[in-house]
Design a protein around this ligand. Structure first.
Ligand SMILES: NC(=O)C1=CN([C@@H]2O[C@H](COP(=O)(O)OP(=O)(O)OC[C@H]3O[C@@H](n4cnc5c(N)ncnc54)[C@H](OP(=O)(O)O)[C@@H]3O)[C@@H](O)[C@H]2O)C=CC1
Ligand SMILES: CC(=O)C(=O)O
Ligand SMILES: [Mg+2]
Length: 760
């Protein structure tokens, strides 16, 4: 964990941002069916004639649309692109990446289905007419990046005519998060909302809503000064005014932000990049609070603000600084809570409940796994005034608070009777796979490893190395020829990166003689003479890379993208003991449909015996724990608990006896078929089984079964495969496969850096 409590900066390049949106398919989401659609019968049920039945049911009782259609878990993200982040009016089409992004955030953080709809008009009446007509389709409407003052008219009118929540996120989402952050920031600076002088820059959608909510929470009208591009909004000003700005005009002599900010306790920026200067914040009161929330670039950076005001509590809208005050912390959970009570609206009480729940959560002790996953110390204080977006508690803490407030204020069509059951159902809703990958990367980022990428001649490896370095994961050391690396980087549109990553080879290494000596010492009794060892070290990049690692000239090693696993393992084996006898095991994580299973041995043991199987189970359990899973091991076969009898199944059952004798500290059982291992209703036929739930570590009889199973899941089901994770060896080495994508290689490097699976 870093001591300075600052998240490491991740630099995103233009190319990376475009590639992320282009690959593997244009855009950021797909729509998938949730019901079977394979047979003639499925077709008859899903469509004509079966579909007529719910049609008639809904016509008779409209509220049953929440039961028979996706309406109740479906939100429209609607924009016309007139205020895209802080980029201005770039039109409906250009806003689509942001709206698609919000749709996937809805899904990722709260399992809400969302679809983006970009409307090509600046006419409020046209937007109102279009959105109103969409009412039957959705359980809620999220308006986004529609500029003020049109957004106020549009939202107000839609609220009046629609019977589902209509919520302009730039207004209320921002206001809720800003309020949550401010409650805590003021607590820490020992000030009261009733007393503080607030200056807010940006009198648009976000600004007006923030100030309204803060006044509803006790801020005094006369203590709040709002500014826009024309300066202070003072009583009597006529230029650039509208009724929403007028409501916040105050009697003051100040005419510019510069004048207004003198002595202010709080600066809130929802305007544009660089709108506030160091000279201005230098004039603020003691222990000032500065929320520079413009996106993607804040009004002032935390470094700039802290340079002149070390006593300030600073927040931005970005994820790469502490204190991210961004509406992503609100909208997923506000809508989750609202949808779950079939709400008619998201009212003020629901918003305030959300703000309070967020503020309170930040004051609670942060569980270790959250801190580790986020990669830095998280303790209520100046650098942690608000929960982080990846905090897994948000999903089961915030929506119940919102739902309860909705029920108490008459917004609920279907109140939740069993709140405790609701909280449990929210916990189960979240797909653990994203959290697992997030944890792997956060731990790696924290380690800041010098990662050796052995195959610098492969463009995928080079792109992964660049992403490693630019993503703030640590230093990338690429084994390859300088000219070749430079050419390949240029071809990949990453010419700049050639100056950033270190290229290492036998020709430029200062340590070559040491490497030769080490290799010769290891191989001299295996038929190699000195010349052979020298050639091997100079020419084989896997061996060279392993020697770098052996001498501490890198902290981790990733290879295997260009040659078959067996070959790579043999080459690495020239330098390190990576044999079954030395305890090495390959465990592959398969992530699919919200489930994570670990399968072994996918790399090292060709035909394991009972003792080996017990080792594989133990390593699998170790990896599971490293991923935050409580291990439940199943020894798989084609038989269940001795029937049918077969020599091949017996060794699987014997492995449990080996673990009994070793007093293993995790759940294990076998032999069993894979459906009994994974499916609770199949497992119920064997009530004597020691597994308390579906297995998450599957030990298979041989490497071929492991390889077939993993590849089948990948090809047929589209599962995400991470691994094989080389475990049981002390060195942080990972071997990817020849079919690895850039992301796969990056994941393997992250696993190596996080030392997941290394012998403790
Ligand atoms: N962190 C977060 O969660 C969120 C951040 N934001 C950010 O807030 C900003 C505004 O968004 P939104 O309210 O939707 O946009 P709007 O277009 O509705 O409003 C923009 C407002 O900012 C004012 N403004 C623009 N530039 C300056 C400047 N240099 N100095 C003073 N005032 C200025 C405009 O003044 P005028 O009226 O004179 O034109 C207008 O009042 C964006 O940067 C956006 O990214 C928005 C929502 C959420
Ligand atoms: C975060 C957001 O909604 C914005 O910047 O517009
Ligand atoms: Mg926005």
């Amino acid at each position: 964990m870093s001591d300075d409590n600052t998240p490491r900066k991740s630099r995103i390049t233009r190319e990376e941002a475009l590639a992320y949106h282009l690959e593997p398919r244009p855009g950021k989401y797909d729509i998938v069916a949730s019901t079977p659609m394979a047979t003639q019968r499925d077709l008859s049920l899903a469509y004509s004639p079966g579909v007529a039945v719910p049609v008639e049911a809904i016509a008779e009782r409209p509220e049953t649309a929440y039961d028979y259609t996706v309406k109740g878990n479906m939100v429209a993200v609607i924009s016309n692109g007139t205020a895209i982040l802080g980029l201005g009016n770039l039109g409906a089409l250009a806003s689509k990446p942001v709206m698609e992004g919000k749709a996937v955030l809805f899904k990722r953080f709260a399992d809400v289905n969302a679809i983006d709809i970009e409307l090509d008009t600046e006419d409020p009446e046209a937007i109102i007419a279009a959105v109103r007509l969409m009412g039957p389709t959705f359980g809620g409407i999220n308006l986004e990046d529609i500029k003020a003052p049109e957004c106020f008219i549009i939202e107000q009118r839609l609220k009046e005519v629609m019977d589902i929540p209509v919520f302009h996120d730039d207004q209320h989402g921002t206001a809720v998060i800003c309020a949550a952050g401010l409650i805590n920031a003021l607590e820490l600076s020992g000030k009261k909302i009733e007393d503080v002088k607030i200056v807010l820059n940006g009198a648009g959608a976000a600004g007006i809503a923030c100030l309204e909510l803060l006044k509803a929470m006790g801020a005094r009208h006369e203590n709040c000064i709002m500014c826009d591009t024309k300066g202070v909004i003072w009583q009597g000003r006529t230029e650039g005014m509208n009724q929403w700005k007028s409501a916040h005009a105050v009697a003051t002599e100040a005419r510019t932000l510069d004048e207004a900010i003198r002595g202010a306790d709080v600066f809130l920026g929802v305007s544009a990049k660089g709108a506030v200067t160091q000279d201005m914040v230098a004039l603020m009161a003691e222990n000032p609070v500065i929320f520079a929330m413009a996106n993607p670039d804040p009004e002032i950076t935390p470094e700039e603000a802290h340079a002149v005001r070390p006593d300030a509590i600073v927040a931005t809208g970005r994820s790469d600084y502490p204190n991210q005050v961004n509406n992503v912390l609100g909208f997923p959970y506000l809508f989750r809570g609202a949808l779950d009570i079939h709400a008619r609206a998201i009212n003020d009480e629901m918003k305030i409940a959300c703000a309070r729940a967020l503020a309170e959560l930040a004051r609670e002790d942060v569980p270790d796994e959250v801190a580790v996953a986020y990669g830095r110390k998280l303790q209520f204080g100046r650098d942690y005034i608000i929960p982080t977006p990846f905090d897994p508690r948000l999903i089961h803490v915030v929506p119940p608070a919102v739902a309860r407030a909705g029920m108490d204020t008459g917004a609920a069509r279907r109140p939740i009777i069993d709140m405790e059951g609701y909280v449990q159902s929210l916990k189960a809703r979240m797909d653990p796979t994203a959290a697992i990958l997030q944890g792997i990367h956060a731990r790696a980022r924290q380690a800041q490893a010098r990662m050796i990428f052995a195959e610098g001649d492969d463009p995928r490896v080079l792109r992964a190395a660049v992403a490693w370095q630019r993503g703030g994961m640590g230093q990338a050391l690429v084994v390859g020829r300088e000219t070749d690396v430079r050419e390949k980087l240029e071809a990949a549109g990453l010419a700049d990166a050639a100056r950033e990553i270190a290229v290492v080879n036998a020709g430029n290494s200062r340590h070559l003689e040491q490497y030769h000596e080490t290799l010769y010492t290891r191989l001299q009794r295996k038929g190699y003479d000195r010349e052979d060892a020298i050639k091997l070290a100079n020419r084989d990049r896997h061996v060279f890379a392993a020697l770098m690692l052996a001498h501490g000239h890198g902290d981790g090693l990733v290879t295997g993208a260009t040659r078959k696993n067996a070959h790579v393992l043999a080459q690495i084996g020239m330098v390190f003991d990576v044999t079954p006898a030395a305890g090495a095991v390959g465990i592959t994580a398969v992530l699919h449909n919200g489930r994570v299973i670990l399968m072994g041995d996918t790399l090292v043991h060709e035909w394991p015996e009972a003792e080996d199987l017990a080792d594989i189970a133990t390593r699998g359990a170790h990896v599971a724990r490293g991923l935050g899973l409580e291990p439940r091991v199943a020894f798989l076969s084609f038989s269940n608990f001795g029937y049918p009898i077969s020599e091949r199944a017996v060794k699987m059952a014997r492995a449990t006896e080996v673990l009994d004798a070793r007093r293993a500290d995790f759940e294990y059982e076998g032999e069993m078929t894979v459906d009994v291992a994974l499916n609770a209703s199949q497992a119920a036929k064997y009530p004597f089984s020691r597994l308390k739930g579906p297995a998450n570590v599957l030990v298979v009889p041989a490497r071929h079964s492991a390889s077939i199973s993993v590849k089948l899941l990948q090809e047929m089901a589209g599962a995400t495969v991470v691994g094989p994770i080389l475990t049981g060896v002390p060195q942080p080495i990972q071997i990817c496969s020849t079919s690895s994508s850039v992301n796969d290689i990056l994941n393997m490097a992250a696993i190596a850096a996080g030392r997941l699976g290394q012998v403790k």
